[in-house]
Write a protein that binds this ligand. Sequence first.
Ligand code: ADP
Ligand code: MG
Length: 568
Amino acid sequence: AINKEHMSFQAEAKQLLKLMIHSLYSNKEIFLRELISNASDAADKLRFEGLTDAALYESDSDLKILVSYDKEARTITISDNGIGMSRQEVIDNIGTIAKSGTREFFNSLTGDQAKDAHLIGQFGVGFYSAFIVADKVTLITRRAGLTPEHGVQWESTGEGDYTLETVEKKDRGTQIILHLREDEDELLSGFRLKSIIRRYSDHITLPIVMKKEEWSQESNEYKITEEDETINQASALWARSKSEITKEQYEEFYKHAAHDFEPPLAYIHAKVEGKQEYTQLLYIPSRAPFDLFDRERRHGIKLYVKRVFIMDDAEKLLPNYLRFVRGIIDSNDLPLNVSREILQESKDIDNIRAGSVKKILGLIEDFASSDKEEDRDKFTTFWKEFGQVLKEGVGEDYANRERIAKLLRFVSTHSDTDEQTVSLDDYVARMKEGQEKIYYVTADSLKAARNSPHLEIFRKKGIEVLLLSERVDEWLVANLSEYGGKSLQSVAKGSLDLGKLEDEAEKKEQEKEADGYKELTTKMKEVLGERIKDVRVTFRLTESPACLVVDAYDMSGNLERMLKSAGQ
Ligand code: ADP
Ligand code: MG
């Protein structure tokens, strides 16, 4: 062989593969979905590059995916005439199982099979799912635009290393041959393979082609014929009308588009017509990805123009605080050669984005206010998984601030639960007569918030206080100065004026009492010197002897701690 190389996977890869095979085995058919999904992505990439370089099509522009099996050889083969890969691309894309974030990934594993399978799915072991059913995988590929002698053959038993050699490949694209494991013969059946394809890959827009089979009287079994048969509907799912799409089809499309293994929590499918025409099919996942807070992570919206795939990860299509949303947007108005730079400037995109945000918030609002328990459970799940991210929206999306604020849920002193269930509307409805502000305390843990000495006077007066302990909360309150005309007030800032909640007589009494401590406070000021701004007598404590407060316009103590720990 020419140029044959033996190479090893990274250390974590072996471990990852083992884990994957073990936790996905009960779902083993998904190997076919993953390989077909990759073939479909490869065709999308060719179409996109073909827009500017038609020569890449060579003389074959009829894009499709072929699936076949060989009972004697005990193999299943999946071929495509998509973009293919160069030698270096094989090394980078196939030889690198463990992508960035592997360590975080391992840390997030729980040992619970269902949960781990979900994480593994998200991590994108797509191609490697072949090893669930195969003990050897051969991949032969040639990149569009390279000549036939630049074919590459990759082969591995999935046990830590692989070989790579240069081969001749006449047709552009990728062929994957699975050498089945001992007990997987049931997969060597046209009927079985076709039903897996219909179930998982019906929404793929390319034809998935297999050979027709005919019953043979002589041998008493189905015989493979020479005639082709397209197994899937091969039309863009989102372009079909809603009534023609089953729930299962929506879910399978989601799994393909989001690289997820679990069904989504909810979805929106809408065609927008009028001045601008576009279709949106957007999903809220049922679980947060482990890298939700990783700045490098990909966004989840794919952009299409008139059914042609344009780009993955079109971050301009949704604001950052909705980065958990997955799906596609298909525009009828944008030019096919639209680039990321053009998107940055596009008014059309601004409108599509505003429309999508509206729809997503609307969906979440419907769950929050539904009288069906099932929907409210969905809201609860949503809030648990994505609440922290939604909070970012208060600062990021000025136009929708009130709507987002209405969806927020907090822990408060109203009950002992640590679940975030109190909405700002709940809080306002429970406000005491004469209470003008929404009070909150921020701390770096819920326990610290609950035990804050600042709460003593509020407890005594029976006033509810929101307990904020997530990192994003400082950002939230910095951007949400009021809700429904009521200002938000930290209980730890400034000299606490409980307004009408304190009667005049009480105030006079306090002033007189404070005068009696003048000597003491002056002395304390002398001793503490530069380290403090002021020493005041307070009536907000009922049990603790003293507490630290910051001035109304200074940084909160918690924020200061956070910035310090971040090295600022
Ligand atoms: P993902 O699809 O999430 O990127 P996979 O493990 O399924 O992860 O595939 C890894 C990469 O290998 C793909 O991103 C792609 O670059 C490459 N690849 C896999 N299958 C093909 C194929 N049939 N044609 C071209 N490239 C492919
Ligand atoms: Mg894939």
